[in-house]
Ligand binder design. Sequence first.
Ligand code: FES
Ligand SMILES: [Fe+2]
Length: 365
Amino acid sequence: MTPTIRQSLFDALNEFDWALPLEEASTLPSYWYYDSNIYEAEKELLLNTWQPIGRIEAIEYPYEYFTVDLLGEPIVALRNQDSEIRVLSNVCRHRGAQILSGCGSTCKLRCQYHGWTYDVDGKLKGTPEFDGVANFSRKDNGLPVLSHEEFFPLLMASLGKPKQSYADICKPLLDTEEWLTARDYDFHERLTYDIKCNWKVAIDNFLDGGYHVNTIHPGLASALDYKKYHSTLYSHSNVQIAPMKDNDDLRKGTAQYWWLFPNMMVNMYDRTMDMNIVIPTGKDTCRLYMDFYFNPDTTEEWRKDSIAYGDKVQLEDTAICEQVYQGLQSRTFNAGRFSVRREATGYQFHQLWAEALATLGSQKE
Ligand code: FES
Ligand SMILES: [Fe+2]
């Protein structure tokens, strides 16, 4: 982190008091959503938290791999000869070329530029025409190995060493019966939304405790029992519980909307799970992935209708998020207050995020 970014972060943290009780709290200052220095600090922090980089199923057998760009960091995930997962930097130690692209199967990583080779554990093995280079050891020039954790069906990785395991963050979700059922659903389809707002606006929108359901989602509002909608907070996650009125074939029973620190959501409802990931694509834009998983008993047609339902709701959310982002940049708006009845979940995100930024800012280079 450059000294300028560190100073901006330090100044920003002085303007947000995350120790206040919800009744007295305000949101993050609005410039946290559009300031370039804050964005750079946040990107750094996101790279140091657990991030979903792909589906484990994509690397089922030894030597299978997939590459991914995580906030600008080229990464490759693969299985070695013993079927152990490795997540490596995909940047060649010679000149920085990306070694592998796309996905496939390989027993060694051969750089396309000058042909250096690495084994599937990231060890540098081959350096053509490199004899006579002083003080150069292959041992010190392997590919950096990233931390990873399996959160079935997803593979999580981090450029840092997160203090908390992802399993710890997710424990309250993992302990639910609904998760034990949903984690075995079939993966069906990924929808991708590019949204013109800072990534935190999309998370805030998810975390307002149903406050916007009646106004922004009239279709969904008619299916759920708003009076019984409630939330529970855990240390690094929260869940919004929305009992349905059972008057709609696509949304029955009780929906659970989980948020997992910092940018993943798991929604479980009748025969469906959708996992949402919000990734910044710039300070003013983000990409939201919505991965749909279905109970194997559901028909193709039912799945199609269920996805269309989710898509409609998301388009309603996208429109309001983009509008909110413009409003946050108004000279007349600095911060808002929280509904005590509804928005404890949103404040929890702001508290945990500010606290994590403070920890990052206080770390020595
Ligand atoms: S950049 Fe990879 S071998 Fe030169
Ligand atoms: Fe919404």
